[in-house]
Design a protein around this ligand. Structure first.
Ligand SMILES: [Zn+2]
Length: 148
C-alpha cells in the first residue's frame, strides 16, 4: 500500500491509500477519486513530504556539546601539572629579568648570547615586537591557582 498526499483543483489537501502507483494513476484517470471537501475529481499528487521529519532539524538547533568536550578532571590536572613543571624548569635554568625582559632579550640577541636563557614579563606588544625581530621567545602558561 502507498499513501499519497493529494490535492484537488481547489487546493484542498487530503491523503488516500492505493495498492500501487499504477492504481492511483488509473483511479485518477477514471475520475474515481474525489476531493472529500468539494467533490472535485481533478486530483494531483502533492509534492512529497521531506523524508526527514522535523525531529532531525530540531537536533541541529541544539548546541553540539559533543564537538567541544569539556576537559575532564584528569586533563585539567595534567595541564596544571605541565604548567607547574614548565615554570619550575624556567626558574631553574633561566635568569629572571622581570619587566626588563624585552630589553634584555634584545641585548642578548644582538650579542649572540644564548648560553643563559632569561625569563620575565613582557607585554603582548613587546612579545609581538620581539617575535618580528626574529628573537625567539616562548610564552609561559599562567601558573594555575593551586586552589583549583
Ligand atoms: Zn477540493
Amino acid at each position: 500500500m502507498i499513501r499519497y498526499d493529494l490535492i484537488c483543483a481547489h487546493g484542498h489537501g487530503f491523503d488516500a491509500w492505493f495498492s500501487s502507483s499504477d492504481s492511483f494513476e488509473e483511479q485518477v484517470k477514471k475520475g474515481l477519486i474525489a476531493c472529500p471537501v468539494c467533490g472535485d475529481a481533478r486530483i494531483e499528487k502533492q509534492l512529497m513530504r521531506p523524508a526527514i521529519p522535523a525531529r532531525g532539524n530540531a537536533r541541529e538547533d541544539k548546541p553540539q556539546a559533543a564537538d567541544k568536550p569539556a576537559l575532564s578532571k584528569g586533563d585539567a590536572a595534567m595541564m596544571r601539572q605541565m604548567a607547574r613543571e614548565m615554570h619550575a624548569l624556567v626558574r631553574e635554568r633561566a635568569e629572571y629579568v622581570g619587566d626588563r625582559f624585552a630589553t634584555e632579550a634584545r641585548k642578548r640577541h644582538k650579542a649572540g648570547r644564548t648560553d643563559k636563557p632569561i625569563w620575565g614579563e613582557a607585554s603582548p606588544k613587546e612579545a609581538g615586537e620581539l617575535t618580528k625581530e626574529g628573537i625567539g621567545i616562548m610564552p609561559l602558561p599562567p601558573l594555575p591557582d593551586e586552589k583549583n
